[in-house]
Ligand binder design. Structure first.
Ligand SMILES: NC(=O)c1ccc[n+]([C@@H]2O[C@H](COP(=O)([O-])OP(=O)(O)OC[C@H]3O[C@@H](n4cnc5c(N)ncnc54)[C@H](OP(=O)(O)O)[C@@H]3O)[C@@H](O)[C@H]2O)c1
Length: 291
């Protein structure tokens, strides 16, 4: 199996490549998502590919608000073109989507079939991608995840640890609740799902995958500082007191039961992965200091 993965430099694409040597990463040189035609060409250029995963996206949620047309090209038109080309080539296609397609009212976990209602340009673009991919008509899985972290790139864990170098107290929102998801576990889920989809195209559909237990950003931050032995006091504040360019759902809980029932994939405990991530980042910092 040769799995084409868009998003070469991203944290999930990197985790995919580390998990499976059959993964062929595609970066901007292979396809610029601002020009969806280049995505079609990149798939056609790999006639031995057996599946396609899109792990590329404009992921700067606040920055997206000022660039809706560009973000929609990258996050909606490009994955739609990939899904159409994959369908034309008879390849299964997996798109990583997001909890931000939901409006996040109430406190029940969001099910895959629940109505979407994105609050931001980023969320709207990802919801539009979902529609385009379904309409493309090929074997596909839309896998919504949330709060992805790893030792690579810029994510909540790396950002909190960076801040801990200079801060002894931080305000962090306490009323947005979701499941932090280790990038490694998400990558493993993608590979399991794309393999199953290749064997059984009828499994096509929308699924959820997130780490457990669900937690607030404030409690996630406290867990990070505890794990890192960093003396930073976290004050939980309401989102209303932390204005951002993009609105975010308060309830990002994802019901992942259909993913477990269909593919046998269990929600990972993010606390276990967090200790590995923090340890890896500490080792790297030590190496830098020694160098
Ligand atoms: N991070 C989260 O918390 C989270 C939560 C839920 C869902 N997701 C979804 O999960 C997927 C992977 O996320 P991630 O955290 O791994 O993302 P990431 O680390 O921010 O990586 C994004 C990737 O997309 C590429 N990209 C952006 N614009 C591009 C363009 N115009 N042409 C070609 N490549 C482009 C980037 O390439 P460059 O390095 O060249 O810019 C990078 O490789 C995304 O679909 C995201 O929406 C993420």
């Amino acid at each position: 199996m040769t799995v084409l993965v868009f998003g070469r430099t991203g944290q999930v694409a990197g985790a995919l490549a580390r998990r499976d040597e059959a993964v062929r990463l595609l970066g901007r040189h292979d396809a610029d998502l601002e020009d969806p035609e280049t995505c079609r060409a990149a798939i056609r250029a790999h006639p031995r590919a057996t599946a396609v995963i899109n792990a590329a996206a404009w992921t700067d949620v606040d920055g997206a608000e000022a660039h809706p047309a560009r973000v929609n090209r990258i996050n909606a038109a490009a994955p739609t073109a990939m899904a159409e080309e994959a369908a034309a080539c008879g390849l299964p296609f997996l798109q990583i989507s997001t909890d931000y397609v939901f409006s996040g009212t109430g406190s029940d976990a969001n099910h895959p079939g629940d109505p979407t209602g994105p609050l931001s340009v980023y969320g709207q673009s990802k919801a539009r991608a979902e529609e385009g991919i379904r309409a493309a008509g090929g074997a596909h899985v839309i896998l919504r995840s949330s709060w992805v972290f790893s030792e690579y790139g810029s994510n909540f864990v790396t950002n909190m640890l960076r801040l801990s170098a200079t801060r002894r107290s931080l305000n962090v929102v306490k009323d947005q609740i979701g499941g932090p998801t280790p990038a490694d576990a998400l990558a493993e889920a993608c590979l399991t799902i794309i393999g199953a989809l290749r064997a059984t195209p009828g499994l096509s559909g929308t699924y959820h995958f997130a780490g457990q237990p669900d937690v607030s950003w404030a409690d996630f931050a406290r867990a990070i500082f505890r794990e890192a032995d960093a003396p930073v006091a976290v004050a939980g504040i309401p989102s209303a007191e932390y204005p951002t360019a993009a609105a975010r759902p308060l309830n990002s809980r994802l019901d992942c039961s259909s993913t477990e029932a269909t593919f046998g994939i269990v929600r990972p405990d993010w606390r276990t992965a967090l200790s590995g991530t923090v340890a890896a980042l500490a080792d790297r910092a030590k190496e830098r200091r020694g160098a």
